[in-house]
Design a protein around this ligand. Structure first.
Ligand code: SAM
Ligand code: SF4
Length: 473
């Protein structure tokens, strides 16, 4: 499996193209219907909930059936070429629906809208709206323009927009776990990455609005929040009157103090920015999960330099040591890129050996895909043949499979506190939840002792590659 499931930070393959619908006790009457599909990282899924909130206010309710929608939106991803190709194909499918329903508007949101701008309208004639990630507030006005027969585009990036006052509509939610965006954009300029161009400059959201949203979720029965950002460790908010700085460690603490039964997770951490302060805060609070997604990208210092990751192999390894020292049972996962420009076999071997060193529980693994406009596209030649990239990726995947297996096997005999998220996919007689380290745990329901959202102590008796199996004690 190249892109494994159940991670919280990046591309969850099982969710690509997922359509949101507003189920539950929705009683409000709407004047029209919208349909939205989301692609890419968790940030996009989170943004779709903001878009839904804006559209609800404008009188549009969500539907899961695009045939009956007045407005079809694709919230897109540009991270790799394949992501964009998937969306182009999806547009071809929508051509038929539009032919039978000519009044239907089709809109492209997110990173692909930002990257291609009005060029997208020329290339894809059936698209009516192109809206970048910082321009969702203008959707109602853009829809009006498009309904009037004109194409509508807003791809302005902002230095301030955080949508902090918009309460996201939780769609298709399990009612227990939720994602909460704490910042937008990225200032890092990793040479392979298109995100700084599509999502703009980094900006942090007001901590009071984050705390209020988390508290509201807890009051509604949610028991876990994941604080989201491209680089959460560089979260920094300055009080407008006192100029006092508020760090990510401060924010983690603030959210953890809402209630001991509210679990706190976060993603993604950049190895260069995660501080001891953050690690000590995780160690101090039982309800801050012992799990860090710490993408390495490559295990070789020369390649890391070309990638502009600003750390070396040794520096990354020292960070892993520090995590294990301060939080001994911490789960660590990673993102890895195979076959970056000029990578030699020895340098690829360094990636395999840093995986052994770090003992990742899980990784998202990709082969390098050149993105137009990035530093790497401008400076370096994408010179590793696709066959070699794929073979190196396969070696990385096999290594990860072995590491995951070992990590899950080592949990047998241990007892974990598990937050129950719902029925297991395989059987209604089993509960499914996660431990603090973000591993999925499945166990038989012991009568009606527990309900969704409860914590159970579960003794682990077996494991597959991505699931722990146990019994409530
Ligand atoms: N901000 C996060 C970070 O720095 O770790 C993740 C950003 S990105 C949405 C998720 C992952 O996609 C990256 O960590 C990287 O491994 C992968 N990625 C980004 N650009 C890529 C490219 N051009 N080719 C292949 N993989 C890429
Ligand atoms: Fe891209 Fe690097 Fe920013 Fe992550 S930290 S979004 S990989 S530029």
């Amino acid at each position: 499996m190249i892109e494994q499931l159940h991670d919280i930070s990046t591309h969850d393959e099982s969710r690509q193209g997922e359509a949101y619908s507003q189920d539950g006790n929705e009683s409000k009457e709407y004047s029209g219907k919208f349909y939205i599909e989301s692609y890419g990282c968790q940030m996009n899924f989170s943004d779709s909930e903001i878009v839904a909130s804006i559209l609800n206010k404008a009188g549009l309710g969500a539907t899961r059936n695009h045939e009956e929608a007045d407005l079809v939106l694709l919230n897109t991803c540009s991270i790799r070429e394949k992501a964009e190709q998937t969306i182009r194909k999806r547009l071809q499918d929508l051509r038929k629906s539009k032919a039978s329903n000519p009044g239907m508007l089709i809109g492209i949101l997110g990173c692909m809208a930002e990257r291609l701008k009005s060029k997208l309208l020329e290339e894809e004639k059936l698209v009516d709206l192109v809206v970048g990630p910082d321009a969702y507030r203008s959707l109602p006005a853009l829809i009006e323009t498009a309904n009037g027969g004109q194409k509508a585009v807003n791809v302005l990036l902002s230095r301030e927009e955080t949508y902090s006052d918009i309460s996201p509509v939780r769609l298709d939610s399990n009612g227990i776990t939720a994602f909460l965006s704490i910042m937008r954009g990225c200032n890092n300029m990793c040479s392979f990455c298109v995100v700084p161009f599509t999502r703009g400059r980094e900006r942090s959201r007001d901590p009071l609005s984050i705390e209020a949203e988390a508290r509201d979720l807890f009051d509604k029965g949610f028991r876990e929040v994941t604080l989201l950002g491209q680089n959460v460790d560089s979260y920094r908010w300055y009080h407008p009157e006192t100029s006092e700085a508020f760090s990510f460690a401060n924010l983690l603490e603030r959210v953890a103090l809402i209630h001991p039964d509210l679990r706190v997770r976060f993603s993604t951490s950049h190895p260069k920015d995660i501080t001891d302060d953050v690690l000590y805060t995780i160690a101090k609070y039982e309800n801050i999960c012992n799990y860090i997604h710490l993408p390495v990208q490559s295990g070789n210092t020369r390649i890391l330099q070309l990638m502009n990751r600003t750390y070396t192999r040794e520096w990354y390894m020292a960070k892993v040591d520090r995590i294990r020292e301060i939080i001994p049972d911490c789960g660590i996962s990673s993102d890895i890129i195979a076959g970056f420009c000029t990578e030699t076999e020895e340098e690829h071997a360094d990636t395999l050996s840093i995986m052994d060193y770090s003992k990742y529980d899980m990784s998202y693994m990709f082969f390098y895909s050149e993105r137009p406009g990035t530093l790497a596209a401008k400076r370096y030649q994408d010179d590793i043949p696709e066959g070699i990239k794929k073979r190196r990726l396969q070696e990385i995947v096999e290594k990860q499979n072995r590491l995951s297996k070992e990590s899950y096997q080592q949990d047998i005999g241990k007892t974990y506190r598990v937050l129950i998220e719902g029925d297991s996919k395989r059987s209604k007689d089993d509960w499914m939840g996660r431990n603090s380290q973000n591993k999925v745990v499945v166990f038989p329901k012991p009568g009606d002792r527990f309900k969704k959202g409860d914590y159970a102590m579960v003794e682990i008796s077996g494991a597959t590659q991505a699931t722990l199996i146990g019994k409530a004690v």
